[in-house]
Design a protein around this ligand. Structure first.
Ligand SMILES: C[S@@+](CC[C@H](N)C(=O)[O-])C[C@H]1O[C@@H](n2cnc3c(N)ncnc32)[C@H](O)[C@@H]1O
Length: 212
């Protein structure tokens, strides 16, 4: 399902141009060669992640779901000098490709890639996260959220991707493991009084969740 009018999408992309050569190269190569290219955030969402990160100017960013490193390279642009971005990826081969992309980055920012299952890695990482981007397996979202929220400082922001799940959560009967998991996640966040939230209809839906 095309959630966003393709003309509006193209128009918004035209006026939100990505001028970073490395990001454009990663996007173009992924679209050309990778069977799961749809997983990459892409120009418009990438610029959005960069903008939010620049506004917050975080010292510690956590990303769950690295893929080829595109969104990490967008998010790291807002890091405070001396800040760190930690990104988690379960697949060794994918992590190796992301590592190569991180090496090509001209910024001196610190990107630390951890390979393994995100939920296990989360228990070993105890940084005071300012900004979190959840973009891995959809059935894990609720667990990542519950593990993180109690530890977050007031004002920290979580962004959760794909919360419209290709439009499948809009159906009268939500079917499929991932769509059901996202629907349950959205219900859980919506009812959570510890956070302020708004759902953005950008690309496949991004839930902005701020700890009170
Ligand atoms: C949608 S992609 C991430 C896209 C990336 N954030 C971007 O926008 O460029 C999801 C990634 O999460 C990884 N992943 C899936 N389950 C995971 C888990 N349990 N722990 C860590 N990473 C996981 C997948 O291998 C995949 O590379």
């Amino acid at each position: 399902m095309d959630l966003i009018n393709p003309k509006a999408q193209a128009y918004a992309e035209k006026y939100s141009k990505q001028e970073d050569e490395l990001l454009n190269e990663i996007e173009a190569l992924t679209l050309k060669n990778h069977p799961e290219a749809h997983m990459l955030s892409g120009t418009l969402q990438g610029k959005f992640l960069e903008m939010i990160s620049r506004l917050i100017a975080p010292t510690y960013i956590l990303e769950i779901g690295t893929f080829l490193g595109y969104s990490a390279l967008c998010l790291e642009k807002g890091l405070k000098p001396g800040g760190e971005l930690h990104t988690l990826e379960i697949d060794d081969q994918t992590a190796a490709m992301a590592r190569e992309n991180f090496k090509k980055s001209k910024t001196q920012n610190k990107i630390i890639l951890h390979t393994g299952n995100a939920l296990e890695l989360l228990n070993t990482l105890n940084k005071p996260w300012d900004l979190v981007f959840i973009d891995a397996d959809k059935t894990g979202y609720a667990d990542y959220y519950q593990a993180l929220v109690p530890k977050l400082k007031p004002g920290s922001l979580i962004m959760a991707d794909n919360v419209l799940f290709h439009g499948q959560v809009l159906e009268t009967e939500v079917k499929g493991k991932s769509a059901k998991a996202i629907q349950a996640f959205n219900e859980m966040v919506s009812a959570d009084q510890r956070v302020e939230k708004m759902m953005l209809t950008l690309r496949d839906g991004v839930y902005l969740i701020r700890k009170k």
